[in-house]
Structure formats: structure tokens, C-alpha cells
Design a protein around this ligand. Structure first.
Ligand code: 5GP
Ligand code: MN
Length: 338
């Protein structure tokens, strides 16, 4: 953020505002952690602030301090719409185009509030009055820390806020191992621990959450893995039937896609998950090295994200989607083998 933008934010926050904070649909640890950290900060500054999530989020995030006050746009629709209408300021966090909030998009488009975007995904659109976008950042949580630093307010980071921010940085960096993790990321994390983030407890609360069914579902996914050595690619298919048979709960498939990358020589891993209720196939893409899954997802599967982690969707059947995907790989053979 430049000085002009920082001063504009300071001016906005110098008087009481009605604020709505929005994460992307199917919010992950970074989306929930960053919105909650910002919410605590704004509430402590006596602003009238609410988080409205487009839909629900996994159980392994339901301990994060303050999460019980998050409104669900799907379930608390009229209350959420009213808050958006009344808002004087709307923060959008961890996404950068309004298509990422699903059914909530029209409500935000009609809002009269000023928008502030904080996000680290590629190719931001320009709906916000103030855009803090940086694709080199590990996470939106790291950016919220920077945002507070720009405002001269890191002293206002409470232990609860430190827990929120630590969670998002941890989940978005794969526990500090992805290439987006910099020395600065570690410095921020060190500060958060000094400010009271309970690192070991957070790891347990987020990662040690398996149930017998979720482990059986992982077994099913690993059994279904198809390895295409020719393309250094591995993919997994999970049907609605398999999800149902293993008592699928939101969040149970988190991280499954990464198993493909643990195979020697594999640098492109994909998972296709059928969602009968929404009538779509949700896809996650991961890569190691230069192959941009962001570009691949954007071009072929109506999605996007980062160079090494992206998501997308397909509206044709599960098997047709996988067939289409395998056919596409021919055009990327050289890239995937370099
Ligand atoms: P995941 O595969 O874990 O759902 O998402 C990986 C990354 O891609 C995340 O940064 C997420 O925000 C982004 N992402 C996931 N799905 C979509 C999508 O449908 N569209 C776009 N633009 N980004 C997505
Ligand atoms: Mn993120």
C-alpha cells in the first residue's frame, strides 16, 4: 500500500463505521483467520463490525476465536443482506473478484459502501476503492499483519488476533513449507507467537481432526489415484456415492490433493470431487516448480488461484471431466516434463 492509500484508510477508520468483512465461498483457514483477526481489531476500535461468509466452513476451523459470530449468507440471508445494505465500509479478504462469493455477488454489487480488498491471488479485478493486492504474499493473514503495521497498530494485536493470523499463515503455507514462505513470513509468525499465538495447540486443533470415516475416505481416495507417468501427473476422483458411503463432512477432503505430489517425479496433482447438490465437480490443482496451475485452471476449468495451488469447477459429469482433463494434458506434455 502506498502512503496515500494508508492515509485514506486511516481517515476512514478515524470515525465510527458500519463495517462488513467478507471471505470467499467455502472459506479456508486463511479466509476465516484473516477476517476474524480484522474483525477483532475493528471491534476493539469501537466500530460496528460483522463478518458475513457466503456459506459454511469446515469444523476444523470452528474453534478460532470469535468464529461463533460469523453470519452465514445462505442461512441468515435477510439479516446478512440488511447488514450489507447498511454498511459504510466493506472489506473483502482472500479473494479478488466477486465471482468468488457465489450467491452473495449481487448483494455486494448493489452495496453503497466503500470497498477495501486485501488479497494475495493472481489477476485482481478492480471493484475496490482501495486495493491491497500482493501475489508474493504467503497468505492474506500475513497481509493483515502488514496492514496493521502500515496503520502503526501492531501493538493492538491481542492473543486472540495472533491465534487467528497464525492459523491462516500456517494453513496457506502448508505449515511453512510452500515456496511462498519467506523469511518475512517467519518474522511475522515469530511476532505472533510473542503476542500470544498458541502454535502447538493450533496445529493440533487444525490437523489432528480425523474421524474413522474421514480416514476411510482418504483410503478410498488413495486407492482411486491414477498415475500418469508420461505427464508426471497424478489425479484422484471421488464420487458423491463414495463421499456418502464414508459419511463425508465439509473439510474431510482437505489436503487429499497433496498426496499425489509426494510421489517421486510427480509435479502436477489434481482431485475431482463430485458435488451432486450443486451439480458441479469441484477441482483442486497443485503443482511443484514452474507449471502454473493458476493458468491451467483459469483457461480450462473456470477457476484460478496461485502458481502452485488453484481451484476450479466443471459442469459435466465426473468421468467426462476426468476424460477431458487427460485429453488436455497432451498439450502440456513438454511443460510437464521439463
Ligand atoms: P483449493 O483447491 O484449496 O480449494 O484452492 C486452492 C487455491 O485456489 C486457493 O487459493 C483458492 O482461493 C483458489 N481457488 C479455489 N477455487 C477457486 C475457483 O473456483 N476460482 C478461483 N479464481 N480461485 C479458486
Ligand atoms: Mn489465502
Amino acid at each position: 500500500m502506498n502512503l496515500e492509500e494508508i492515509n485514506a484508510v486511516k481517515k476512514l477508520l478515524s470515525k465510527p463505521q458500519k463495517i462488513v468483512i467478507v471471505p470467499h465461498k467455502n472459506p479456508d483457514g486463511d479466509a476465516i483467520g484473516s477476517t476474524l483477526a480484522l474483525w477483532h481489531y475493528l471491534k476493539n476500535m469501537e466500530h460496528d463490525a460483522f463478518i458475513i461468509s457466503p456459506n459454511s466452513y469446515p469444523k476444523f476451523l470452528k474453534w478460532i476465536p470469535g468464529n461463533e459470530q460469523i453470519l452465514n449468507f445462505e442461512k441468515e440471508n435477510s439479516q446478512a443482506k440488511e447488514k450489507i445494505k447498511q454498511a459504510s465500509l466493506i472489506f473483502t479478504l482472500d479473494f479478488n473478484h466477486l465471482g468468488r462469493i457465489g450467491q452473495m455477488e449481487p448483494a455486494l454489487e448493489e452495496a453503497s459502501a466503500e470497498f477495501i480488498m486485501i488479497d494475495h491471488h493472481q489477476a485482481p479485478s478492480d471493484y475496490a476503492h482501495i486495493t491491497y493486492s500482493d501475489i508474493t504474499m504467503s497468505s492474506t493473514c500475513e497481509m493483515v499483519y502488514n496492514f496493521l503495521e502500515f496503520l502503526g497498530d501492531t501493538d493492538r494485536i491481542t492473543p486472540k488476533m495472533a491465534d487467528c493470523l497464525y492459523t491462516g499463515i500456517m494453513t496457506d503455507t502448508g505449515s511453512f513449507k510452500y515456496s511462498s514462505t519467506t523469511s518475512r513470513t517467519h518474522k511475522v509468525v515469530a511476532q505472533l507467537i510473542e503476542k500470544g499465538a498458541e502454535n502447538t495447540k493450533i496445529h493440533n486443533l487444525v490437523y489432528d481432526t480425523n474421524t474413522p470415516s474421514s480416514l476411510h475416505l482418504l483410503g478410498c481416495a488413495l486407492k482411486n489415484m491414477v498415475i500418469l507417468e508420461e505427464y508426471n501427473t497424478a489425479y484422484i476422483i471421488l464420487s458423491q456415492e463414495e463421499l456418502d458411503a464414508n459419511n463425508f463432512q465439509k473439510g474431510d477432503t482437505e489436503g487429499f490433493v497433496n498426496y499425489g505430489l509426494t510421489l517421486k517425479g510427480i509435479n502436477f496433482a489434481v482431485i475431482f470431487i463430485e458435488n451432486k447438490e450443486e451439480g458441479i465437480i469441484k477441482i483442486s490443482f497443485r503443482s511443484e516448480g514452474d507449471f502454473s496451475v493458476n493458468e491451467f485452471a483459469r483457461k480450462h476449468f473456470n477457476g484460478g488461484g496461485h502458481t502452485n495451488a488453484a481451484g476450479g469447477r466443471s459442469d459435466i459429469s465426473l468421468t467426462e471431466t476426468a476424460k477431458h482433463f487427460v485429453a488436455l494434458l497432451k498439450g502440456y506434455k513438454e511443460e510437464l516434463n521439463s
